[in-house]
Design a protein around this ligand. Structure first.
Ligand SMILES: [Zn+2]
Length: 227
């Protein structure tokens, strides 16, 4: 039942997993550079409950969250995003749409590095009173990865593909590759490139078109000593 969308708009990986004491998951996007902004988007149509900038030390309480936002999804899930780089971009009480920019992942609060700390609480059907929202929220917390489609690749990361001493032909489809027909290019002897995984028994590689900066991708049948 993963119906909430990724807060990064792209795949991410867990840097610290969910536990009762942690309360959420720490995540970083996998295909954004360290130099770029790690934009954080609403995971669903929602109403913003809290949008708070917290400066300075974190002497306990919510201070450990740094700048954080809490919003109530229309289907009853509550989402808390902490350690935002700046003031959350949306005000308490406002409506946000799924995919709308709400902040930028940062390193405010009690952290050792930049990441998004995200907590999800299944508050569907739960009565709450505004004064004790956090206790109710904590009681019904769930593992974020169980209800948000983070687009994980199952822990997959790009691997290095290293050609041997002979030219290797590249094909546009797995079927062409296996039949060795209609090659679209080749990898030179000893050429190295990125490999994105194995599909249908052949390897998907991203390689440089000879003499240019252009990248092309295709399938090769040789494993190339992928590591
Ligand atoms: Zn965390």
């Amino acid at each position: 039942m993963k119906k909430l969308r990724s807060p990064f708009g792209c795949a991410s990986r867990v840097t610290s997993g969910y536990s009762e004491s942690h309360g959420g998951e720490d995540r970083v996007p996998v295909d954004k550079t360290p130099e770029s902004n790690w934009d954080v988007y609403a995971v669903s149509d929602a109403r913003v409950y809290i949008s708070k900038k917290q400066k300075g030390d974190y002497p306990g309480g919510y201070g450990a969250y740094g700048n954080y936002i809490v919003y109530i999804c229309d289907d009853g899930f509550w989402v808390l995003c902490a350690h935002l780089a700046e003031l959350p971009f949306v005000k308490a009480g406002s409506r946000v749409s799924a995919g709308e920019l709400v902040g930028v992942a940062g390193a405010t609060g009690n952290v050792t590095g930049r990441h998004l700390h995200i907590e999800v609480s299944d508050m569907r059907g739960v009565e709450y009173d505004g004064a004790s929202w956090y206790n109710r929220f904590k009681e019904h917390r769930v593992k974020p990865g169980d209800c948000i489609d983070f687009g994980d690749y199952g822990g997959f990361t790009f691997k290095r593909w290293q050609n041997g001493s002979t030219r290797e032909r590249v094909y546009s489809t797995t079927a062409d590759c296996k039949a060795r027909r209609n090659p679209i290019g080749y990898l030179a002897p000893r050429e190295a490139c990125d490999c994105c995984g194995v599909f249908d028994g052949v390897y998907l590689v991203v390689y440089t078109v000879d003499g240019t900066d252009a990248k092309k991708c295709g399938f090769v049948s040789y494993s190339g000593g992928v590591r």
